[in-house]
Design a protein around this ligand. Structure first.
Ligand code: CO
Ligand code: ZN
Length: 338
């Protein structure tokens, strides 16, 4: 597996609404793998790989895949006289995981997130109003960050055996799976629209408009999902290292049962390890595709990930590979679910 590509993707800056930089990187890796590329009005990248193996007299199905390019981040709300910046979340940040982390802004300015000293129950998660970012400025005037500036977590990817730790595995691991499946896919009877969507973390916004534009017959999202395999984790069947996860439901969507059954069948045929995923918190682009226009059958291939929405999201390379293999297997054949 091309771990270096995954490293490059996770380490690239791109909070919601600021995806231009990561989009350029993805475009670069898609050259030669697809027939057409365009950027839609919201900024999502739509790459088309035309059907190569359609049976005579059949029109290829339009299959929309979606992996979101954006990552969770920060937005500066206030800079005080001493130059300390206050911030709010862009997407689902949890304050408990933030203190001590580093943040990087579009222009490369780096700061550290710290917390006010002062009375507070030790058992409670701090509120965002108790946290601040120190960029090393001596006062407000000389601060390089201004109200409205967006930042993202700063962290290098690390590998130990089959386990990878990095920021923004959500959803750069999904972006990686999509690119690698396009590379692995030799022939497909389907017109494959690979969408790299914007603004998923703030409400599936890019996938919604892209799905309207693509008007797919079938939709498949690629995203991370939580696991239930660490100390006192919420009860959940999905575990790291046990295969790709085929979504049954999350809080935004009920995956089309026919498409889910087809995914399971393809996994079995190709001996790809898989688990069924029921995620009780969190949504995905799947929902935006499913409810676009008059609706489209949609499902999701998920990459089991520990510590989602922290600077240290952990995946297992075997699960990532299984996800690539399953997506390739699905796209290689007709998707007949009616
Ligand atoms: Co997310
Ligand atoms: Zn995600």
């Amino acid at each position: 597996m091309n771990i270096e590509l995954l490293r490059e993707l996770t380490e690239t800056w791109g909070p919601s609404g600021q995806e231009a930089r990561i989009r350029v990187i993805i475009e670069g890796h898609l050259h030669g793998l697809v027939d057409e590329m365009r950027v839609d009005r919201m900024g999502s990248l739509i790459a088309l790989k035309r059907a190569t193996a359609t049976a005579k007299g059949q029109t290829p199905k339009r299959v929309m895949l979606s992996a979101h390019m954006d990552e969770i981040g920060f937005i500066i709300t206030h800079v005080d006289e001493k130059g300390f910046a206050r911030f709010s979340n862009v997407g689902g940040l949890r304050t408990l995981t933030l203190v001590g982390n580093r943040v990087i802004f579009a222009d490369g300015v780096i700061g550290t997130i710290q917390i006010e000293k002062g009375p507070r129950a030790a058992s409670e998660a701090p509120g965002f109003e108790q946290l601040f970012i120190d960029v090393g400025a001596s006062d407000k005037k000389s601060s390089p960050v201004k109200v409205g500036d967006m930042g993202a977590l700063l962290g290098a990817m690390a590998q130990r055996g089959d386990r990878l730790i990095g920021k923004s595995m959500d959803d750069r691991a999904g972006v990686f799976v999509l690119i690698e499946a396009l590379r692995q896919l030799k022939h497909s009877p389907n017109d494959v629209y690979a969408v790299f969507s914007v603004q998923e973390e703030v409400g599936l916004r890019g996938a919604r408009t892209s799905a309207y534009g693509v008007n797919p017959d079938i939709g498949i999202a690629l995203d991370v999902t939580l696991t239930g395999d660490f100390p006192e984790a919420p009860l959940m069947e999905v575990a790291l290292g046990k295969g790709t996860a085929i979504k049954v439901m999350d809080s935004s969507v009920i995956a089309d049962p026919r498409l889910r059954a087809l995914m399971v069948q393809r996994a079995k045929e190709a001996h790809i390890p898989y688990q069924l995923e029921v995620l009780t918190a969190g949504g995905t682009d799947t929902a935006a595709i499913q409810t676009s226009r008059e609706g489209a059958p949609a499902g999701c291939i998920s990459i089991p990930t520990r510590y989602v929405h922290s600077i240290s999201e952990m995946v297992d390379v075997k699960d990532v590979q299984a996800s690539i293999d399953l997506l390739t297997a699905i796209l290689s054949k007709p998707i007949d679910i009616d």
